[in-house]
Each structure stands twice: as structure tokens, then as C-alpha cells.
Design a protein around this ligand. Structure first.
Ligand code: 5CA
Ligand code: ZN
Length: 416
């Protein structure tokens, strides 16, 4: 499917350093550069049954800053993102509202595109829906079945079968999260797993193909029978098809570490025989609101589109997100927006003076802060210092403002 328009990426003097980023799988900060000619990244996309909230926006802005840092270091980037437009929550919401699930998905994807455009997020090179990929994904499930790595289970009370991956045949299971089985079990059912399904060989075996049920949308699965893909196999298959493995960076919110990214990698081993799926895993911490993780199922949401409708400058939203380190959970309050609004006002004032403090040290500090595990709050604080100095009349450089404005745009995605 089409993604959204790419914002202009201004050129700035020099080249940035190598990005250092925490790798969830290694449990430490590691340098991140393309293993091949082009940096390859896959970030898990939305399930389009509701509008983009600040938690989603935090995730996509974080990976946007990563992409900008990789480009600033002189590398080309190839970026793939999926859309989970075939899944239970989408069908349930569509049923509740009496609309076709395809219409609901189309509206929400359109809104997401608008939000991403307003937030100046660089679009993926390939934006891939599940519905348009069902035959390809079904082909991968069939491969696993024919290789003896998956098994069928009868659907209780109906014809047909579901298909599960046999984790006993997957030696890499557990390597992405590094979690114990107890830690996995504590979240598995909440995150879409079905540990108690009778007949499963292992409680964690992931669903690869859900056979058709009455009242549920289903697609032709050829030898698999009618049905639809499970959640994790969609990201494995789309990655294999559109990016290839191993690839440089797999990302999403921290709620995807287990089971989603664990299973995505495990299934790829079964299909490709390569022990490495992604070379590096990064995860955005959870953004909360009113005491809980912002989530569509809980309904405690602050929508990007609602803020925009209320007249909030999308750059204020972006600056709010960047003022929180990506690895720290945080809770949104209205004070966040007020702080960011005042901050961008000061920056604009400093940028519109006749002379400002020198740009080069600030450009170097922003690069250094961003490349130190994405210390975006530190980068914003450095801009504050520069603005304060400039507004105090200490700067004498008439060209600095232009360089600083282009740097804020290129590295942080903040257009003023
Ligand atoms: N379609 C799947 C991924 S394949 C999915 O998780 N969709 S989602 O709509 O629920 O979330 C979209 C992205 O936002 C995911 O990367 C998810 O990890 C991230 N996300 C969801 N809620 C939050 C939150 N409260 N804070 C930060 N990131 C979040
Ligand atoms: Zn995914």
C-alpha cells in the first residue's frame, strides 16, 4: 500500500558519528551501522482499528530519529513497516460499530498517514498490509508445515484446522528476549497468546494459521484450508519477502519484545535456517496516561489527531515526545505540551534574531547526544542553552540561525 509523503531532509555540514543504541537482545548498548551497503530496518506498524495515540507516535518518532542518525552518518536506509489489517481487534471494533472491517482499516490508516506526515516522520520505503500479503504469508506457513516444523490442530466444533509452529524444533527460541519461561508465561495470554489451547505441544507454540470460523473473515489458504495468518508470522513473512534476513534493526514498542519479536525471529529460523533474524533489536518504552500504559484496549488514549484538531502544533507534539528518553516509561500530562510550546517559542525567537551563538558546537553536541543511545532530552537541552545564549545577545554570528534550523530539521525532525 502507499505510505505517506517524505519530508524534505536538509543537508547539514559534516557527517555524524556512529550511532550507539541499546540492543534489547544483547542487553547492552552497541554500535549500529549497516552490515552491508544499505542499512535495513523493520518497525512493527499499527493495527488500524483506532487512531494514532501518543504511544504509537513515540515509537515511530524514535525510529525516525534513529533513521535520521544513520543517514547523517552517511548511510542509505531501506525501511519496511507493516500494517496489521487482518486481526481480531479490528474485526471486533468493526462489528461493534457496524462497519466493514476494510473500511475501518482504510480510515484509520489514512489518519495514521496524516499524523505521520504532520509529525515529519520519514515514510517507510515499503508499507505492507497483511491483507494484500495473505497468499505470500500462507506460502511461508505451508513451507513450515511441509518441513515438519508445524502441526495442525482440529478446530473444536467446526471443520478445518489451525496450524501451530512446533517450538521444539526451534533452537533459537528465547534468544531475543532472554526471558525465562516464567517471565514469558506472565505476559503471554495478555499479549495474544493461547497457552491453554488443548492439544498444543508446547504452551508457547505460536499460531501460524487460524482456520476459518463462522462469522469471521477468511481467505483462501490453498492446502492450508480457508483461514487467516496468525500475528507473528505476518511480520516474519513480510520481513523475509521485503527486506531479507539477516537485517540490521528490528523495532517497535517494548510490549513487542515477547512474544512478538521473539516469535518473529524463531519462525524465520525455521524458514531460512539463519540463526540471526535482526542484528539489533530496539524498543520504545511505554507511554502512559492516567496511571496505565496508553492502550487501545484500555481506552486511556491521547490521540495525535485530536491534539492537532485542538490546534496543537505537531512540532510541539514531536518536541514533547523527544523530551523523554526512549527507554524510560513515562506518563503524559498537559504540562508536557505547555513546556514544549514555551521551549519552541524560545527557539523560534533565537532563530529570528539578527545574530546568534555559533552553530558548530551545537551541531556537534546534538549529534553526540543523539548517537549516545538516543539522548534526545540532552539534545533538546543543548538547543535550550544555545537559544538562551543567543537571546542574551551573546552571539555575533549572522549565519548560525540557518545552520541550526536545518540541523533541528535534519536530525530531530523539528521544523520551525
Ligand atoms: N500491529 C502490531 C505490531 S505488528 C501492533 O502492535 N500494533 S499497535 O497498533 O498495537 O501498536 C503499534 C506500535 O506502537 C507498536 O510498535 C507498539 O509496540 C507501539 N505501542 C503501542 N502502544 C504503545 C505505548 N503506549 N507506548 C509506546 N509504544 C506503543
Ligand atoms: Zn510486528
Amino acid at each position: 500500500m502507499i505510505s505517506w509523503p517524505a519530508p524534505f531532509l536538509p543537508r547539514i555540514p559534516g557527517t555524524g558519528p556512529t550511532l550507539h543504541l541499546y540492543d534489547t537482545s544483547a542487553g547492552q548498548v552497541r554500535s549500529l551501522a549497516p552490515a552491508g551497503r544499505v542499512f535495513t530496518m523493520y518497525v512493527c506498524g499499527i493495527t488500524p482499528y483506532d487512531a494514532t495515540h501518543l504511544g504509537h507516535a513515540a515509537t515511530y518518532v524514535t525510529f525516525d530519529v534513529i533513521q535520521r542518525a544513520i543517514r547523517d552518518a552517511g548511510h542509505a536506509v531501506r525501511y519496511v513497516q507493516n500494517v496489521t489489517d487482518v486481526d481480531d481487534p479490528l474485526f471486533e471494533r468493526a462489528d461493534r460499530d457496524g462497519v466493514d472491517f476494510r473500511d475501518l482499516a482504510r480510515w484509520e490508516i489514512d489518519l495514521f498517514r496524516e499524523d505521520m506526515t504532520a509529525l515529519a516522520v520519514l515514510p517507510p520505503d515499503e508499507y505492507v498490509g497483511v491483507e494484500e500479503s495473505v497468499p505470500m504469508i500462507a506460502g511461508k506457513v505451508l513451507e513450515l508445515l511441509e518441513a515438519g516444523l508445524a502441526y495442525r490442530l482440529p478446530i473444536p466444533g467446526a471443520d478445518g484446522t489451525d496450524i501451530y509452529l512446533d517450538l521444539a524444533s526451534e533452537p533459537t527460541f528465547g534468544k531475543v528476549s532472554g526471558w525465562s519461561r516464567e517471565e514469558m508465561m506472565a505476559v503471554y495470554a495478555d499479549r495474544g497468546g493461547d497457552p491453554d489451547r488443548p492439544g498444543k505441544r508446547d504452551a508457547f507454540d505460536p499460531l501460524l494459521w487460524r482456520g476459518a470460523r463462522a462469522g469471521e473473515p477468511a481467505w483462501d489458504g490453498g492446502p492450508l484450508g480457508p483461514g487467516r495468518p496468525g500475528w507473528h508470522i505476518e511480520c516474519t513473512a513480510i520481513t523475509l519477502e521485503h527486506l531479507g534476513i539477516p537485517f540490521d534493526l528490528n523495532g517497535g514498542g517494548s510490549d513487542l519484545v515477547f512474544p512478538h519479536h521473539e516469535m518473529s525471529a524463531t519462525q524465520a529460523f525455521g524458514l531460512h535456517g539463519d540463526v540471526t533474524f535482526a542484528r539489533h533489536y530496539a524498543h520504545q518504552a511505554m507511554v502512559g496516561y492516567h496511571g496505565a500504559k496508553m492502550s487501545k484496549s484500555k481506552g486511556n488514549l491521547v490521540f495525535v489527531s485530536a491534539l492537532r484538531r485542538d490546534g496543537v502544533d505537531p512540532m510541539v507534539i514531536r518536541a514533547t515526545l523527544l523530551d523523554h528518553h526512549y527507554r524510560t516509561d513515562w506518563e503524559y500530562t498537559d504540562a508536557d505540551l505547555e513546556r514544549a510550546t514555551a521551549r519552541l517559542d524560545r527557539w523560534r525567537a533565537a532563530l529570528s534574531g539578527n545574530a546568534a551563538a555559533a552553530a558548530e558546537p551545537l551541531v556537534a553536541t546534538i549529534r553526540e547526544r543523539v548517537c549516545d543511545d538516543l539522548d534526545t532530552p540532552g539534545a533538546l537541552a543543548a538547543v535550550d542553552d544555545w537559544a538562551q545564549e543567543s537571546l542574551a545577545g551573546k552571539g555575533t554570528d549572522p549565519t548560525a540561525a540557518g545552520v541550526v534550523a536545518r540541523t533541528l530539521d535534519a536530525l530531530l525532525g523539528i521544523r520551525l
